[in-house]
Design a protein around this ligand. Structure first.
Ligand code: SDX
Length: 434
């Protein structure tokens, strides 16, 4: 991929050896420039050290841009606020995958393609029979999504652009079906097949909440709110889940295995699992008067408890998605005539935290997970399903970034190094002498 920008350089001098090297600085179209350190070890015999990759660029990308200090998020250059207001998830999927908004004909073809990939191979049902009924939906997603590579051999050749496109469409289309099956399995109800006359979000609601015994009418308010949630979760630069997909993809693994790896990383409570933990945390707090105690615990360095839904590696300002979701949650609950007492607890928790020096100093603000749970709960999803819904929305981001990786000639197998500080050069000691 070409890099834009000037011939800017940095010079590194090693005070221990006197060696020095001049490293190029690469400028993108926006955001922080990067020091190209690919020659550092050869020139200086030095590695860089950045646990958690807090200051490390792993790739060049044109998919999503985030400005954490200013709370900016753009998919292919379009601000998330505009997409949330004017677009829909199918259009955002096309945009993320192709780099441009579709015209009417392109949109129609894309939506038709996705709709006609929503069914899964009927033998896949057998996988579900092997799980306990109380298996976590993300455990099922990790297993069943990885198993897709055992069924769709005609779209696993990563060097074939047609295979990559078919696999991408299959993953976007089948993730809701698999997640809905996980939900149905957990409540002992029969699986509901997708219906081709329903939109993406409406189809998922149907597969989760319809039963064979009677007609199910999708509430358009809920379908639109769910579509918005999918838009807001669609992609987010090189987060932990996406970096996992890219790392797996860099080995040449097939796309189904890579997305299953993304599901596994997303499940963590510090990442996509946070939306589930937020609801558990708010339920544990219970009432507004208990908020100060919880905030005190979150600030205590000796207490591992953190406020779920707060803080972000990149956003040191409001997560722009949190602002959109907070309003959407409020509007949806009002439109449906619902009142969730935990919303009061959340608003109080936000108020107290945002006025507290600890959070202000560390620039900790509500993130996308802080309010999404209210909407998902009001939509009738059990809390363990929340991260599976995050995975549905994020699949298009994962697969768009995976395609970009495969098409990037500068990419190679990801293989970080380390600072070794263990013991070396020991001789084996026979058991009798230990
Ligand atoms: C997502 O990367 C992405 O883009 C992710 C995501 C996406 O769309 O893919 O946006 C989705 O994962 C959102 C984040 C969801 N996770 C949570 O809500 C879990 C709670 N948040 C924290 O675990 C934490 O804020 C992280 C994991 C999100 C970010 O952690 P960092 O960047 O490693 O920050 P840190 O741990 O270095 O924290 C800096 C300081 C520390 O205090 P000090 O050591 O400086 O005294 O802030 C404190 C932390 O203890 N801190 C918190 C806190 N988050 C950070 N203290 C209390 N409560 C919190 N939530």
């Amino acid at each position: 991929m070409s890099t834009s920008g000037t011939n800017h350089t940095v010079t590194i001098k090693d005070s221990a050896t006197g060696k020095e090297t001049v490293l190029p600085v690469m400028h993108g179209t926006a955001g922080a420039p990067v020091i190209d350190i690919r020659s550092l070890y050869k020139d200086m015999g030095l590695f860089t050290y950045d646990p958690g990759y807090t200051a490390t660029g792993s790739c060049q990308s044109k998919v999503t841009y985030i400005d954490g200090d200013n709370g900016i998020l753009q998919y292919r250059g379009y601000p998330i606020e505009q997409l949330a207001e004017h677009s829909n998830y199918m259009e955002v999927c096309y945009l993320l995958m192709n780099g441009e908004l579709p015209n009417a004909a392109q949109y129609k073809t894309f939506e038709h393609t996705i709709t006609n990939h929503t069914m899964v191979h009927d033998q896949l049902v057998n996988f579900f029979r092997g799980f306990r009924r109380d298996a976590h939906p993300m455990a099922i997603l990790c297993g069943v999504v990885g198993a897709l590579s055992a069924f769709y051999h005609d779209s696993t050749d990563i060097d074939d652009p047609h295979h990559r496109m078919v696999a991408s469409h299959r993953l976007i289309a089948k993730m809701p079906t698999i997640a809905a099956m996980a939900h149905k399995y957990s409540i002992g109800q029969p699986f509901m097949y997708p219906k081709n006359n329903l939109g993406y979000a409406a189809n998922f609601l149907h597969m989760c909440h319809a039963v064979p015994a009677e007609e199910y009418k999708v509430n358009p308010v809920v379908a639109k709110a769910l579509d918005l949630i999918f838009i807001l979760h669609a992609d987010h630069e090189q987060n932990a889940g996406t970096s996992t997909v890219r790392l797996a993809g860099s080995t040449g693994a097939n796309p189904f295995a890579c997305i299953a790896a993304g599901c596994a990383a997303l499940w963590g409570p510090s990442h996509g699992g946070a939306n589930e933990e937020v609801l558990k945390m708010l339920t544990e707090i219970g009432t507004k008067d208990r908020v100060p105690d919880m905030v005190k615990r979150a600030k205590d360095p000796d207490d591992p408890f953190r406020l779920f839904g707060f803080g972000h590696r990149v956003y040191k300002n409001f997560d722009p998605r949190a602002k959109v979701i907070q309003k959407a949650a409020h509007d949806m609950l009002e439109e449906l005539g619902l009142h969730d007492p935990l919303m009061e607890v959340a608003l109080e928790l936000e108020r107290v935290a945002l006025e507290d020096e600890y959070f202000i100093k560390r620039r900790l603000y509500p993130n996308v997970d802080f309010y999404s749970g209210f909407m998902l709960k009001a939509m009738g999803f059990p809390v363990p399903m929340f991260t599976a819904l995050f995975a549905i929305g994020r699949t298009v981001g994962w697969i768009s970034q995976w395609n970009e990786l495969i098409e990037d000639p500068s990419q190679k197998i990801n293989r970080p190094r380390q600072l070794y500080n263990g013991v070396i050069d020991r001789n084996y000691v026979p058991m009798s002498q230990r």
